[in-house]
Ligand binder design. Sequence first.
Ligand code: TYD
Length: 211
Amino acid sequence: MRTGKIISFEGPDGAGKTTVLESLLPVLQKKFTGQVIMTREPGGVEIAEKIRHIILDVKHTSMDSKTELLLYAAARRQHLVEKILPELVKGNLVLIDRFIDSSVAYQGYGRGISISDVDWLNHYATDGIKPDLTFLFDLSSEAGLGRIQKNHNREVNRLDLEKLDMHKRVRQGYLSIAKQEPNRFKVIDASQALENVIKETQAILENFLEL
Ligand code: TYD
């Protein structure tokens, strides 16, 4: 029986989800009775990290959209089986930096692959497992790209180099998915000061996990 929970952190590039996750991890580790694991996609385990390398390499400009989608799905499958499922079986809490909704937003809405194909492939890769709760850190594409350009410590990946148009479609895509599943999604205004974003996220998490 899987008694653990998955909480995913989603949003356009530059929205700050990774920073929020990293600052809330120690807080949750103190308060949650089981173990709290933080992981990311694409990646999280060796095979998936190798796939990540292929997908995000800035030299791979000729990568076809469907190849890209399939690689994300392959990385997701391996990550799920090798790392996420065993934690869920132990009753632990898994916090993921990006999961199924990134494929819908980027490869579906962003690249123009049919949403039903992306949904089907996500379902195939995860055996239908979905997060129990998903945060969408929402930010305008202009502000997101501005933050990426200012952050010199961040590695620039192939998707960061996409044009503003694609980033705008990704943002709108995320907002549409969130509307379709209002019970799973919590939308956070990521244009606020970081400490407010963290506070708001923490309050929702504590309420959801009954901490
Ligand atoms: P990463 O450096 O982790 O970016 P971020 O810090 O913004 O999460 O790179 C992940 C990139 O991969 C990001 O641009 C989003 C993209 N992505 C997809 O396009 N589809 C997916 O299914 C996933 C998981 C990520």
